[in-house]
Design a protein around this ligand. Structure first.
Ligand SMILES: [Fe+2]
Ligand SMILES: [Fe+2]
Length: 322
């Protein structure tokens, strides 16, 4: 077990689980390099770029009935978008949230071990951003994809939300964004390992997932530590913010998706159909709730739902049963 993980005088650990021996940045020598084009083509006979079960619009009849070539191209577009989004998320969102813990921005005293783990997590995310960026570049080159420079919708919405906070309340909002992001992303990546993927892509997701499983536990522990130390006013404001944040993570970037579908040869009318189907309110609420399972469990363990006002807010938002 890690020697940095134990809180002095307490039984609780704020550890990333033997980080020096387990984290990908400290241990993995993977180059995350795609094989030569002919080998990629061979793999694509039986494997894909992204698990279809995890691309919501792949269940739509238009996409289901499209040619294999079109589906591969759409999955590759999805992968490149996801990896570029990950690079931005790790740097500009997660690591900014982690800074609030390392630099005492929350004005709540944190155990020393919790801060050390935050510094380790920060390092992990920097490495994830690097290999996500490098793999995105290679897949984009493989298909000679046109550049897409518009910031991902979820990032835009999160930064807009943070802009609405006062200077005093912003650090806590940053932490909440990090908490939701890190407990949702682990679930996303867990789903990614189950299918058959192009080998480099599979390996990259596996290694990222192993780190993220530890990050998810860490953020859940920190949430549990901080929650009872917040004032009831801070808790109530946080409850609303948590809903906003969870919903952002179920957002679909329609602008990008329309471009992706058009680029793969789907007609504008069909594309519109596909998009309307996945942005429908019920579909979105289902996605939000399914994606936030770990987040909601961590909140439950912290006593969040013991307050009736919090339960009501979450049930009105459709994130828990009434
Ligand atoms: Fe990560
Ligand atoms: Fe992470």
């Amino acid at each position: 077990m890690s020697t940095v993980g134990a809180e002095s005088g307490g039984s609780r650990r704020y550890t990333l689980g033997d980080w020096n021996n387990r984290s990908s940045v400290r241990n993995k020598k993977t180059l995350y390099a795609l094989p030569p084009a002919a080998e990629v083509q061979l793999q694509l006979r039986t494997k894909g770029w992204f698990p279809p079960s995890f691309i919501h619009y792949f269940a739509h009849p238009t996409i289901e009935q499209a040619s294999e070539q079109t589906r591969h191209r759409l999955a590759a577009n999805h992968l490149v978008y996801f990896l570029n989004y990950t690079t931005i998320l790790e740097h500009k969102i997660v690591n900014r949230a982690v800074e609030t813990l390392i630099h005492d921005e929350l004005r709540i005293e944190l155990p020393h071990a919790m801060k050390i783990a935050a510094l380790q997590l920060y390092t992990d995310e920097g490495y994830h951003a690097l290999f996500s960026y490098e793999l995105a570049e290679q897949v984009a080159r493989f298909y000679q994809m046109p550049p897409w420079d518009v910031p991902p919708k979820r990032i835009r919405l999160l930064l807009d939300l943070l802009d609405t906070a006062s200077d005093e309340s912003r650090p806590l909002l940053w932490f909440l964004v990090g908490f939701v992001s890190e407990t949702i992303i682990a679930k996303e990546l867990l789903d990614l390992t189950g299918d058959t993927l192009v080998s480099t892509v599979y390996q990259m997701f596996r290694e990222h997932l192993e780190d993220e499983a530890r990050h998810s536990r860490y953020f859940s522990e920190v949430f549990q530590y901080l929650w009872p130390r917040l004032s009831s006013t801070q808790q109530l404001a946080s409850a609303s913010h948590l809903i906003d944040i969870i919903l952002v993570f179920s957002e679909v970037d329609e602008q990008w998706l329309a471009a992706s579908l058009a680029g793969a040869g789907i007609s504008a009318a069909e594309a519109e159909h596909v998009i309307q189907h996945i942005v429908a309110p019920q579909a979105r609420a289902r996605r939000a709730r399914a994606g936030a399972t770990t987040t909601l469990q961590a909140m439950k363990r912290a006593g969040f739902f013991e307050q009736q006002a919090h339960r009501e807010l979450f049930s009105v938002a459709g994130l828990i049963d009434a």
